[in-house]
Unconditional design. Structure first.
Length: 296
C-alpha cells in the first residue's frame, strides 16, 4: 500500500537545496517545487533537479509535483513564454521523479468563465496531449486568485461548475486538479462532498485550510469591509482533516498532501515554520501516523 505522504511547498530558487536540507529533519515526507510568475526566473528546472535530487534521494523523500503558475490564456508574449515554461516542466518532470505538473488554467482578463472555454481548449489541448505522450499528468489548482464567475485574471478552475466546462472541453484522462479545500471554503462551498464526486480527478492535494468568521459573515456579508475568512495552515482552521483524509482514502486517493504555507495570518513571519511543522504533525495524526503493515 502506498501511504498518503505529507510534505510542503518549496519556492523554486537558488536557495531551494539549502532550504530543504534545513527542514527535512522536522519530518517532511515530500516536496512540491513551485515557480511563480510563469517563468524560471532564478534557476532552471534542470539545474534545480541536479541540486535537490541527491539530497532527496539520500533521505528517500518524494517530489510530488512541479508547479508553474502563470496566465497562459492571455494574448501576449508573457503568456507564450509561460506556455513554453510549462512544456519544459513537463519535459523535466522525470528528472524530479514525478509525473505531475501543476498550475493555473490562466484566464482572458475580465471575461466570464464560459467565454474563456474556447481559448482554454485551444491552448491546453495540445499541452495536455503532449504531457500524455510523456506520461505526465496536468493538474490545475482551484484558487480563484480574486476572480469569480464573471470576472478575473488568472484562473477559471475555481469551482465544480467550472470543472464541468473544463473537463468537457478537454476530456483527457491525464487532466485533473491540484485540489485545496480552502479555496472552496472561502466560496462558502462544503469541500467534503466534492471528494466523493470529483476525487478521481484529484491528482494532488494542497494542504491549506480556512477559518470562516461566521459572526462577521452574519453582520457584514461577503462584500463588507471586514474580512469574513482567513487562509490557514491545517490544524488551525475549521476543517477536520481526519474526515478529509477518510474521504480521500475511500475514493482510493494515493497521492500526497503538501502544505501550502505563507498564508496563515498568525503563523507567518518568524512563526512560519512553527505553523508548518505543527500542520505536518497534525496531518500525520489525521492520516493515522506512519503506515504499519499487518502481521502475516
Amino acid at each position: 500500500m502506498k501511504n498518503i505522504k505529507i510534505g510542503t511547498l518549496v519556492i523554486a530558487n537558488a536557495k531551494s537545496a539549502s532550504y530543504i536540507e534545513q527542514i527535512i529533519p522536522y519530518g517532511f515526507e515530500s516536496f512540491v517545487f513551485t515557480y511563480g510568475g510563469g517563468k524560471f526566473s532564478d534557476i532552471e528546472p534542470e539545474k534545480l533537479a541536479e541540486q535537490v535530487m541527491p539530497i532527496l534521494g539520500k533521505h528517500k523523500i518524494e517530489v510530488s509535483a512541479i508547479s508553474v503558475f502563470g496566465n497562459m490564456l492571455e494574448h501576449s508574449e508573457a503568456a507564450a513564454h509561460t506556455c513554453e515554461c510549462f512544456k519544459r516542466a513537463i519535459d523535466c518532470a522525470a528528472l524530479f521523479g514525478t509525473d505531475i505538473v501543476s498550475g493555473f488554467t490562466g484566464r482572458e482578463p475580465d471575461r466570464p468563465i464560459p467565454d474563456n472555454i474556447p481559448r482554454f481548449k485551444e491552448v491546453w489541448t495540445p499541452i495536455v496531449e503532449y504531457a500524455a505522450s510523456k506520461k505526465v499528468r496536468v493538474a490545475f489548482e482551484n484558487c480563484n486568485m480574486g476572480g469569480n464567475w464573471r470576472t478575473g485574471s488568472w484562473n477559471i478552475a475555481i469551482n465544480p461548475d467550472a470543472w464541468e466546462l473544463i473537463f468537457d472541453a478537454v476530456p483527457l484522462d491525464n487532466l485533473g486538479l491540484q485540489w485545496e479545500p480552502c479555496h472552496q471554503m472561502v466560496q462558502l462551498i462544503d469541500p467534503l462532498p466534492q471528494i466523493r464526486k470529483w476525487g478521481k480527478k484529484f491528482f494532488h492535494i494542497h494542504g491549506k485550510d480556512a477559518t470562516i468568521r461566521r459572526d462577521v459573515l452574519a453582520k457584514h456579508g461577503i462584500m463588507g469591509g471586514e474580512p469574513f475568512c482567513w487562509h490557514r495552515t491545517p490544524g488551525f482552521g475549521d476543517s477536520n482533516w481526519t474526515d478529509i483524509i477518510t474521504e480521500l482514502r475511500l475514493i482510493g486517493y494515493q497521492g500526497n498532501i503538501d502544505i501550502e504555507g505563507w498564508h496563515d495570518p498568525v503563523y507567518r513571519g518568524e512563526l512560519e515554520m512553527t505553523g508548518q511543522v505543527a500542520g505536518l504533525n497534525y496531518l500525520k495524526k489525521c492520516r493515522g501516523e506512519a503506515f504499519v503493515s499487518n502481521p502475516v
